[in-house]
Design a protein around this ligand. Sequence first.
Ligand code: NAP
Ligand code: ZN
Length: 347
Amino acid sequence: MLPTRGYATSNPTANLEPFNFERREPSAHDVLIEILYCGVCHSDIHQARNEWDNSIYPMVPGHEIVGRVARVGSEVTRFAVGDLAGVGCFVDSCRVCANCKEGEDHYCENHLVATYNGTEKDEKTPTYGGYSSQIVVDENYTLKIPAGLPLANVAPLLCAGITTYSPLRRFNVRAGQRVGIVGLGGLGHMGVKLAASMGAEVTVFSTSPSKEEDARKLGAHNFVVTKDPANLESLAGKFDFILDAVSASHDFNMYLNLLRRNGVMVLVGAPEKPAEVQAFSLITNGRSLAGSMIGSIRETQEMLDYCAEHNITSEVEVIPIQQIKEAYERTIKGDVRYRFVIDMKTL
Ligand code: NAP
Ligand code: ZN
């Protein structure tokens, strides 16, 4: 076993504290990755605090991992020692269900092995995430990091990047379309960059007037402050596609009403409480409300290569791990520009 250092929380109200644990020795198909950077996703906060009611403790969060391969198993063919490697929200799946066979492994029907707050394929051994010194992952669930991108800024692509890229692709967002992004946080700011790069006219819907200048720099064409619903009235029926990346409870109907005929709103944000949807918000204009969870390993690699080609990475604030408590508090307040990333050499 490999002694590993990390930060963990032990219950929904505890702070993250130093935590020592063991990783498995890499088996034939595994790579051992020395972690350089790990992004701080709002999902880390939801789960650390048991807001989705499925938390396993002790919990080492972190699923936006970039590092360097330190060792490879005997059968590994895609990675060599010294290569850059990325790990996202899951580290294995059953590989035999219909979804896995179709390359949609993130929707595995049997057992998706979450990077943390989950269990290994044995359904017993807990998984521990990227707020740690190293991780052991099957090479088939490890991503190749394109050369030439700043690594701290790449880490958030592994969750925030793929979670926004995947629905934009699934619904064929393209030039000539009007796209709305609700919530300018970690996911939202990637949604703006990606939708703009696909040619769409992008409008940010935000509760934070102070983010307008940033939104425009990220590629948004319009910025709407949502605290006053009157600001949305003239936009009714104008949007082809809306991506909702808000972490807290809010009114979906306000945004559904902005969709034109056959328009689609996709939820990626995952507030803890259910929300009310008026039938007429959907019936009018034949609108659809959909959801999307991260993306497959295949599509995550496609997204990383797309980002390299278009020179897209995340806007980050790099922190030492000792500042994780403040980073969580600021993220909850919406005060993040636009992703905290932990420099793991501070561990
Ligand atoms: P984040 O960085 O905290 O951003 C969330 C943004 O939502 C905030 O910056 C803020 O933007 C807005 N917001 C916050 N509280 C609000 C409120 N009470 N009312 C209206 N708007 C509010 O979070 P994130 O990491 O981007 O994650 C966003 C959500 O997506 C989380 O729930 C997370 O768990 C979920 N998620 C889902 C997936 C998936 O696979 N579907 C993957 C990753 C994360 P403004 O200041 O612009 O209003
Ligand atoms: Zn995430």
